[in-house]
Ligand binder design. Structure first.
Ligand code: SAM
Length: 192
């Protein structure tokens, strides 16, 4: 688990307000998803915290953030890995790539960036392996292509069929430990 103290520090350093459209900024303290346009949301803070805790993020790691949206999770991950790490956020909606990239650029974490996801391509195999992969959209199944982007010992956290799922890759070929951590609702992970 990512230590509570590290999570507290990351949330304090990257307040949600800076990642929300003006229209919903006064709702930043509400523990619920908030609309960021294009039918997408900035996730519920308690859910983001639970996922980041499960991801067990350490300083210096390389992290992939699938579904960067507003850029908030990308910036939080950047705080957790620190300047010796690297965070790549990928997002499929072009207007949100622009928004998320601007927010992350303003967040003072130059070791993090947001890029356009290519249609039909999940994650960023060319930048793999990643120590950690966070997915902020729901998949109907565990995508093998994301598991394959994990480094040995790496961890993937992803909602699968409504259940928050943690996948830890062992040191050997095809050694996976899969655990389930409660039911959540997310916007769908688009795979085409
Ligand atoms: C819950 S929202 C954004 C949460 C985001 N992490 C934040 O902090 O605001 C999930 C995002 O996943 C994006 N998404 C869905 N399928 C995707 C895919 N295949 N690749 C990249 N992004 C995807 C959606 O466009 C949406 O912006």
């Amino acid at each position: 688990m990512t230590p509570d103290g590290a999570l507290d520090a990351a949330f304090a350093a990257q307040p949600r307000t800076g990642f929300l459209p003006r229209a919903v900024r006064d709702l930043a303290a509400a523990d619920r998803p908030l609309a960021i346009g294009h039918g997408q949301t900035n996730s519920q803070p308690s859910t983001v915290r639970a996922k980041l805790a499960l991801l067990d993020v350490r300083r210096g790691q390389r992290v992939l953030d699938v579904g960067a949206g507003s850029g908030w999770t990308t910036a939080l991950l950047a705080e957790l890995v620190g300047p010796s790490g690297w965070v790549l956020g990928v997002e499929r909606v072009p207007a949100l790539v622009e928004l998320g990239a601007r927010h992350v650029a303003d967040a003072g974490v130059p070791w993090a960036q947001v890029r356009q996801a290519r249609a039909g391509v999940l994650g960023s195999a060319g930048d793999a392996p990643f120590d950690r992969v966070l997915v902020s959209a729901a998949s109907s199944h565990l995508p093998r292509v994301l598991v394959d982007q994990l480094a040995p010992g790496g961890v993937l956290v992803i909602p699968v069929a409504g259940v928050m799922t943690r996948v830890e890759r062992g040191l050997g070929e095809d050694e996976l430990t899969v655990t389930e951590h409660g039911r959540y609702r997310f916007v769908p992970l688009v795979t085409d």
